[in-house]
Design a protein around this ligand. Structure first.
Ligand SMILES: Nc1ncnc2c1ncn2[C@@H]1O[C@H](COP(=O)(O)OP(=O)(O)OP(=O)(O)O)[C@@H](O)[C@H]1O
Length: 297
């Protein structure tokens, strides 16, 4: 089931019927994204959630113009992904799933090289973040642990204080303290010149406990489709899980999702905003990992 939400605020991330397929080796195609639509406002911190292979990296790559959709389109701050302007690129930060570093350069040398590309690059700010993340900047990237390579990628992505940040599992290899410091860095004060601008963040992660603490919005992807996209507080307030002894009628108002849970029991997820007095308000409130299980089991 797909919920598409709109907002009166300016839109940071937007997709319209976005689909992406890759040809299979001999015949047919792999459908990676199917009819993905959403609008997410500026200033939002969005958790992008789904099982392995759900299409999270592919969606981020389409938004950044790094993958060409089969149909549909997407925009970043109103700019079409396939025609990002230099000005828009200056406002972007991206952390790829696999650290995208030059193995023979150390952290300082990376800062020096990248600093030549951005007008707003702030090396002092980057070094302060490296210190907070306990990252040694004098070691060649190919001699860093995977976690430290991820930290360096994050330091580089934040060094020009971007308005839009897209991050593909940036904390997967970080220890809990580094993850905490990373999350703080996301919300650290912006540079004086950008203090009044909202930063919008789209962040894919399997660490749902961490996401739950920081996101304003969440988007659940399954098999390339958007299952649910909404403000996280609204989902906590309004989604309820009921355990039923029969399959509910799919046409019941407010029914978001249902699944057989074994021994004749059905789990039904209702949205109280659309329910018509069937006692769903007595259902269970879900944490993000519970909701993930309900949508994917
Ligand atoms: N270049 C490609 N050619 C063919 N198939 C691809 C290509 N890139 C991705 N895929 C397929 O697209 C699907 C989605 O992959 P994607 O990496 O977007 O998923 P993901 O949600 O990011 O997964 P994970 O959580 O494991 O990182 C997978 O089935 C993958 O095999």
């Amino acid at each position: 089931m797909t919920t598409t939400m709109s907002s009166p605020s300016p839109i940071a991330f937007e997709a319209e019927a976005l689909s992406l397929s890759y040809p299979k080796r001999f015949v047919g195609e792999t459908r990676v994204l199917q009819d993905v639509s959403f609008q997410l406002p500026e200033g939002a911190v969005i958790g992008l959630v789904g099982r392995n292979g759900a299409g999270k990296s592919s969606l981020l790559r389409c938004l950044l113009g790094l993958a060409l959709p089969t149909s549909g389109n997407s925009r970043l701050l109103g700019c079409p992904s396939q025609a990002l302007t230099d000005d828009l690129r200056e406002r972007l930060g991206y952390v790829a799933q696999t650290p995208d570093l030059f193995g023979w350069l150390n952290g300082h040398e990376h800062l020096h090289e990248l600093g030549r590309l951005y007008r707003d690059f702030d090396e002092r700010r980057a070094l302060a973040l490296a210190t907070r993340l306990d990252l040694t900047m004098s070691t060649r990237a190919d001699k860093l642990s995977l976690g430290d390579q991820q930290k360096l990628s994050v330091v580089l992505a934040l060094a020009h204080d971007p308005d839009l940040l897209l991050m593909d599992e940036p904390v997967a290899s970080l220890d809990p303290l580094a993850r905490r410091d990373f999350m703080r860095a996301l919300f650290a004060e912006r540079s004086p010149a950008k203090a009044d601008r909202p930063r919008s963040v789209l962040l894919s992660s399997h660490l749902l406990g961490d996401l739950e603490r920081v996101v304003s919005h969440v988007m659940f992807l399954r098999e390339g489709r958007v299952q649910l996209v909404d403000e996280w507080d609204a989902l906590v307030e309004n989604l309820r899980l009921l355990k039923l002894d029969a399959e509910p009628d799919a046409a019941l108002p407010g029914l978001v999702h249902c699944r057989p849970a074994g021994r004749g029991v059905w789990h039904a997820l209702f949205d109280l905003r659309h329910v018509d007095g069937i006692g769903a308000d007595r259902g269970q409130v879900l944490r993000m990992d519970d909701l993930f299980e309900e949508l994917n089991a």
